[in-house]
Design a binder for this molecule. Sequence first.
Ligand SMILES: *Cc1c(COP(=O)(O)O)cnc(C)c1O
Length: 381
Amino acid sequence: MSTERHRFETLAVHLGGEPDAATGAVVPPLHLATTYQHPPDGVAPGGLLYQRADNPTQQRLETALAALEGGKRALFFASGLSACSAALHMRAGGRLVVQNDCYAGFQGQLRTFAARWGWRVDTVDLADPAAARAALAEPADLVWAESPSNPLLRVVDLAELAQLAHTAGAKLLVDGTFATPALQQPLALGADLVLHSATKYMGGHSDVMGGVLAFAEDGAEADAAWHARELIGLNASPFNAWMVLRGLRSLAPRMAAHQAGAMAVARFLESHPAVAAVHYPGLPSHPGHEIAARQMRGFGGMLSFELAGGRDAALAVAGALQLFVNATSLGGCESLVEHRRSVEAQPRSPEGLLRLSVGLEHPDDLVDDLDRALALVGGAA
Ligand SMILES: *Cc1c(COP(=O)(O)O)cnc(C)c1O
């Protein structure tokens, strides 16, 4: 498989999928062994020792992930949050500049552990270029951006932020969970690391957890994250690696369908009198639309919107939807809706905001479902 010659869709189907040498099986074998035979005086050269350190199923996935991100190395973890904590353990702390609108669970990790792990945290609106420049006028060690962000779908100019971060002496990490490598490749824009919750679109079926760190360089940081995984125990089951590798095979066409649905839903919502605001980078009205069009291959399947009638209207609509399931998470085949404020440990989302993960149903059926639910709070479109 040549990463120069073949396109993303083709690579995603084949990478890490070489037929099994022992049997010819076209689908990679799942190796569940926890331990590997070795000579009496230590590990076989280049060999495997113990599942927590490495295993062949996970190695296949990591080979594929590194190539799909355009990186030199990738590591797989038990969850997105374990990848976050491995990234924070790459060094003994320092100054962390983190985006204000980012995954709520990571904010919880920072509130609880950042100081203990040696990090001074500055929370900044990195989607605002002036705020980003001001924050990075002073030295920093790690800049943590999420684009598009959760739940407001803010878009960060990643090429510009990479320059600002590097001038400040910091590495740039981008949480690209919403976009996936099918739509956005932060390493090519100058980022040093990309993080994903593989639980979302990579797995793609709401049935496996995993996390990814992909590195522009295979150096001290990648080694440190590898050691954090082994010695803190952030490793995933080989079965999870197998499931995520399986998910990668259909990632590109799934993302194309997710975003076609999200675009149809966003356009419908924007025209509806009961809706006060729609946050979707694919809409020309979105403040980050032009940057997103420049740095992404598509706008993704996530959006959020605000009801003119506030909290009561949002809860009424969420309760009346029939196709959209009220549940947290995203990236599965089924559409989900969530009143974020009701599930936030530290409430910060607007009261009238609903987040949608647009699934793979027919877009017209999703629009009909929303139309019916919205009629309860503000008339027909
Ligand atoms: C879900 C999510 C995470 C955390 O991933 P888990 O697999 O749930 O631990 C991190 N970042 C973003 C943007 C997410 O949506």
